[in-house]
Design a protein around this ligand. Sequence first.
Ligand SMILES: C[S@@+](CC[C@H](N)C(=O)[O-])C[C@H]1O[C@@H](n2cnc3c(N)ncnc32)[C@H](O)[C@@H]1O
Length: 198
Amino acid sequence: MSEAAARKQWTLPVRNRHLLLTRGRRRAMPPVKTLRAIGLKRGMRFLDVGSGPGYFAIPACGVVGKYGRVLACDVSPVMIAELRAGAEKRGYSNLTAKRNQGSRIPFPDACADFVLIAFVLHGLADIQPLLAESRRAMKKGSAITLVDWHKKPMDMGPPLEARFEPEELVAQLRDAGFRNPRWWDFDGNTYFAAAEGP
Ligand SMILES: C[S@@+](CC[C@H](N)C(=O)[O-])C[C@H]1O[C@@H](n2cnc3c(N)ncnc32)[C@H](O)[C@@H]1O
């Protein structure tokens, strides 16, 4: 049986989007600290794929600063509207947020220094098209980080059947042509997988 057929997909219902912006989440995975730790720097062009209402994208506007830019996309127009409103409320003018259809990323080739796909991939039947699109949007020498839940029982996150083992994401990154794919545990519940782009 293929990976896509064996694995269930699950996406957080849009009505539960408030769960993405809780204080508990900020304590467990502080966004600015996390973004800096994975390599986001002032002046970079940061692409957040499946941004939701902006848990990472909004703080990223501050991290990259006025000479950097945050590019964000999400399939949900509700998430995009909330993200834009959140950035505006905080006075950030260095965000471009667009809705995407399926796996097509609505930004040009080689536009990003850094790509993040956080807590999105368990919602897709086949993650290769989104990884290929991410790679297309990456500059030479850029990096990608994936963040997701460990595949073990816990009282939060998506159903177990939708999750990936970290080694599976590493293999998928390799299959998509990324260099030096690797993973590390974050807090026992979540992990990061990273690689270099074109
Ligand atoms: C659990 S939320 C995570 C949001 C954000 N990355 C975060 O960590 O807070 C998953 C998001 O991925 C979006 N999504 C699902 N499939 C997508 C796709 N093919 N392209 C872009 N966004 C997608 C959903 O609409 C949702 O906003």
